[in-house]
Design a protein. Structure first.
Length: 108
């Protein structure tokens, strides 16, 4: 309610032009804080996750978002085939991958 009263012109008809400018500056500062504290870091994490998914190769060890560990056995455009042990293979969406540990051959 006080916000609406701050935007209303003064009753006696004098001054009051600075109230609107300071309100706009305050909103600009709040937007800048949100951008640098929330939006920008989230965009950076999304870029890193996308590049991680694009660099997947057969033999990479992955951890799924549900906590399941496995090894990449096959790659398709939007899905991957993960070997979770004892020759059990499960198909997952690429977006379900939380982290990747590269295979030993690539790190040498």
């Amino acid at each position: 309610m006080e916000f609406l009263l701050a935007m209303a012109p003064p009753a006696n008809g004098q001054g009051g032009g600075g109230g609107m400018v300071s309100t706009l500056i305050m909103f600009g500062a709040i937007f800048a804080i949100f951008y640098f504290m929330i939006i920008r870091p989230q965009q950076k994490r999304q870029k890193e996750h996308k590049s991680m998914l694009e660099s997947l190769q057969k033999g990479d060890k992955v951890v799924m978002s549900g906590g399941m560990h496995g090894t990449v056995a096959g790659l398709e455009e939007k899905t991957i085939l993960v070997d979770v042990g004892n020759n059990v293979k499960i198909k997952f969406e690429r977006s379900a991958i939380a982290s990747v540990n590269k295979s030993k051959e690539e790190t040498k």
